[in-house]
Design a protein around this ligand. Structure first.
Ligand SMILES: [Zn+2]
Length: 267
């Protein structure tokens, strides 16, 4: 109760002087020490504390408030290492702010696909280098909004029934909503998104090289129990070159890697 009162006072007191006044009053009435936990309790304050000491105390208490506040502590869904899976959901209103048309980066697409800028830049280089090696890569699907995922999921459910759950994420649980996931296809796979892509040489090229451009296979073969999804040889997610490299060197699935090192989508 006292903490709540203090927080209210702090949130309304916009000047440092006002905050100091609140702190002084609390200390005078003997409740101060019970409010500061951990590091803040060690702040060198007392009747003779200097302005710098008060300032440090104010700063560290502000830090504590920010860490405790649910909104301030929330990591951004823009973080490349946000974990999105069956139990970690994205808010329905989340949409990345830097989506760009893939065609602007020389990436062939089946429709007018968009992706976040950094992912699009790396994908442009990936597709170009694959072409130099004689491999055709086309994007069948990039960013999908919450609403688009909903439609796509309902469509699959109507065709495959409950079995669609293994192939398609429910709205809010799709990596496509992050704007960093893509589905590859090509002529050899009849420009479809399906298992035939696994038999193409472009698929092998991706398995060898995608990580060099920051992309990782999100749902690998043999890791179904970890990811909750069937093997999707066409579905890659951009996590940045550094993390893709570390993931490549480990034997972890993206799922487990992000559980250990990623961030939760409290955004
Ligand atoms: Zn996909």
């Amino acid at each position: 109760m006292k903490t709540r009162t203090l927080r209210r006072s702090l949130s309304y007191g916009h000047t440092r002087r006002g905050v100091r006044l609140v702190i002084v009053l609390l200390l005078v009435f003997g409740v101060g020490n019970s409010l500061w936990g951990g590091d803040v309790a060690a702040a060198p304050v007392g009747p003779s504390a200097s302005a710098a000491e008060w300032s440090a105390l104010y700063y560290s208490y502000g830090q504590q408030l920010r860490e405790e506040s649910p909104t301030a502590a929330a990591t951004s869904c823009d973080d490349l290492s946000v974990l999105v899976d069956r139990s970690h959901t994205l808010p329905s209103d989340y949409a990345p702010g830097d989506l760009v048309p893939l065609q602007d980066y020389g990436v062939p697409t089946l429709g007018s696909e968009v992706l976040r800028r950094e992912a699009a830049e790396h994908l442009g280089r990936l597709v170009e280098d694959a072409a130099v090696d004689g491999e055709e890569l086309v994007i069948a699907s990039g960013y999908r909004s919450y609403e688009e995922q909903k439609l796509s999921h309902v469509r699959l459910m109507s065709v495959f029934g409950a079995g669609a759950a293994l192939m398609s994420a429910t709205p809010g649980h799709s990596q496509h909503q992050l704007g960093t996931a893509v589905d590859f296809t090509n002529a050899a796979a009849a420009y479809e998104v399906w298992g035939l892509f696994a038999q193409t040489s472009a698929h092998w090229w991706l398995e060898q090289h995608a990580w060099e451009y920051g992309f990782v296979l999100a749902y690998p073969e043999g890791k179904e129990d970890q990811t909750g999804y069937e093997w999707e040889p066409w579905h890659y997610r951009f996590v940045g070159v550094e993390d893709a490299k570390r993931l490549q060197q480990s034997d972890l699935s993206l799922q487990v890697f992000l559980e250990r090192e990623g961030t939760m989508p409290r955004c």
